[in-house]
Design a protein around this ligand. Sequence first.
Ligand code: FAD
Length: 318
Amino acid sequence: MKVTEHIKKANGKTLFSFEIIPPQKGRNIQELYDNIDPLMEFNPPFIDVTTSREEYVYIDKGEGLLDRKITRMRPGTVGICAAIKHKYNVDTIPHVLCGGFTKEETEYLLVDCHYLGIDNVMALRGDAMKHQKYFEPTKGGHTYATELVAQMKDLNAGKYLHEVIESDYKTNFCIGVAGYPEKHLEAPSLTNDLKRLKEKVDAGADYIVTQMFFDNGKFFDFVEKAKQAGIHVPIIPGIKPIAVKKHLQLLPQVFKIDLPEALISEVEKCRTNNDVRQVGIDWAVQQSKELQKAGIPVLHFYSMGKSDNIKAIASQIF
Ligand code: FAD
């Protein structure tokens, strides 16, 4: 079922959902299931599965020679979506990236999703590769998520690349895109970023999931400004509990987001990472309660593959 239909069916009740990351290549999938199992009691209508960018690895060939190979360290997004969908009878949402894929490869991936009965896809540009300062589009691929949304929308209209086939059977994907309450790190201003977000919606996006934020005021402000910019699709807040002290530096550095002073000072007081984890849970609970009261459709948690703190939060909300 489509995310928009789940929201409609919930009739104003806030739903619970979360995002997982595929295991590293060569690791057992059981660890992932062990972290999903404890969260199923909160009845997530859908689970997102991320896609990682490809990266370079260097193989020592001896005598000072290194062979450079390109690989994806966490493959299997669509396979995991299919496995989880059938194991738990839940909708799964693969993250589809511009970066690392040609338009043809994207088409094949979307055809796979369609055959697997996947109704929702998340259209994302993807980050720059580790060695790049800025995102560089893949040759034959898309530059911005808007173009990816347009390709998905074309497929929904039965329009395949190069129009080499005649199709009388259409896909019917519900399309999600990313939004940034504190603006995307490359955007020159929030107003400009909202203009780009509106372009994604105009291209066919059905809903928005936000980047993590720790100050609900910023989310409410973003939703208001989005409305003023003419964006009227559901906006789903992304919540991430702080789990280790290092997050105080890491999260602002990677995502260019601000942390509230009150949260920083609570984390700084902590003696152990267990204390930090508890502060992170308490903060996310308080955020979630306020968001739920404001009537947001879904609380979407970034689990980073670990369920214990998400379970601790969800059990106080749902
Ligand atoms: P876009 O919407 O294409 O925007 C990127 C930048 O370009 C923005 O600054 C925007 O303002 C600007 N822009 C857009 N259109 C134009 C234009 N026409 N001209 C000039 N500028 C323009 N990354 C992963 O690698 N894998 C994942 O699974 C993943 N999941 C995510 C899930 C969520 C909910 C979120 C919020 C992010 C996720 N990301 C993921 C990160 C995301 O890929 C990065 O934030 C990426 O840098 C931007 O992606 P986007 O889809 O928002 O890009």
